[in-house]
Design a protein around this ligand. Structure first.
Ligand code: C2E
Ligand code: CA
Ligand code: CA
Ligand code: CA
Length: 274
């Protein structure tokens, strides 16, 4: 038994070690990834449902790692957030998305908004507003063509801190959207104190909406409440015609999902726009 116990400890600690080593390895690779320009952005189109018109794109980061291949943000954003690497990565993402959208505008494509995901860590930076301003200045993208997506939890976690920053950003003409709405604990009433213009309903509610009456009821309630607060609503993860029919009936403003398009490379996006 004593022997056994020791072995288990050893196994346990070696598993723990390999996890630690893996995290450490990934952290170092992430650091180099930024220097070596291994990040790329994909862009997923967003549509006005009623008018059937493209209104913008969400910028989604991918990591083209020489060691790991194409890595999903779900695999590296959490570690980037823990280590603070999300701050420089997020800076690159924001600048690249603004640069790209400005270039599309210059090429005469119809005026669209690029939406960029912002982590809590980024919003906690004292100079976040200055950083956004400097990127807009450098890229010459009009603020009205930029939207910042923050999650419900990021917004609520920092209501006091974020408030003045978000007010400043929205006064510049930048749109603020609440991402993944519905899975957190916040109410629209609290969020309404923030200068937001759009609510993105989490895709988990959209996914089962056509089969699950409760999800359909939640979606209906979010849309009604958002509209009564004069916010627009975006449905994410729209994959089927049935979902679209429900969203049309509930007068959802904007939609995004595989039914319309997967996230595209910048090149494919330009084809989409022209
Ligand atoms: P998110 O902000 O909720 O982005 C939407 C995710 O849903 C994207 O996954 C998108 O590819 C996926 N998606 C879009 N349409 C559909 C659909 O019809 N069905 C399904 N099943 N999925 C759909 P992706 O690109 O893997 O990104 C995952 C998450 O990683 C994002 O979720 C966001 O939280 C985070 N992320 C991505 N890029 C960035 C970034 O630049 N900065 C930060 N901080 N986070 C990012
Ligand atoms: Ca998002
Ligand atoms: Ca706008
Ligand atoms: Ca989302």
């Amino acid at each position: 038994a004593k022997e056994n116990g020791k072995n288990q400890m050893e196994i346990y600690s070696s598993e723990l070690n390999s996890l630690t080593v893996e995290r450490f390895t990934m952290e170092n690779q992430l650091r180099k990834a930024l220097e070596h320009g291994e990040f790329v952005l994909n862009y997923q189109p967003q549509f006005n449902l009623e008018k059937n018109q493209i209104i913008g794109f969400e910028a989604l980061v991918r990591w083209k790692s020489p060691d790991r291949g194409l890595v999903s943000p779900l695999e590296f954003i959490p570690l980037a957030e823990e280590t603070g690497l999300i701050v420089p990565i997020g800076y690159w993402v924001l600048k690249e998305a603004c640069r790209q959208n400005k270039s599309w505008l210059d090429q005469g494509f119809r005026c669209t908004t690029v939406s960029v995901n912002i982590s809590a860590k980024q919003l906690q930076q004292k100079d976040f507003v200055e950083i956004v301003k400097s990127i807009l200045e450098e890229t010459q993208l009009p603020p009205a063509n930029l939207c910042l997506e923050i999650t419900e939890s990021t917004a609520i976690l920092n209501v006091e801190n974020s408030m003045s920053m978000l007010i400043e950003l929205s006064e510049l003409g930048i749109d603020i959207a609440i991402d993944d709405f519905g899975i957190g604990y916040s109410s629209l009433a609290i969020l309404k104190q923030l200068p937001i213009s759009d609510i993105k309903i989490d895709q988990s509610f959209i996914r089962d909406m056509d089969m699950d009456k409760d999800d359909a009821a939640i979606v209906r309630a979010i849309i009604a409440m958002a509209h009564s607060l004069e916010l627009t609503v975006t449905a994410e993860g729209v994959e089927t015609k049935e979902q679209i029919n429900i969203l049309l009936k509930e007068e959802c403003d904007y939609v995004q999902g595989y039914y319309f398009s997967k996230p595209l490379t910048a090149e494919d996006c330009a084809k989409f726009l022209s």
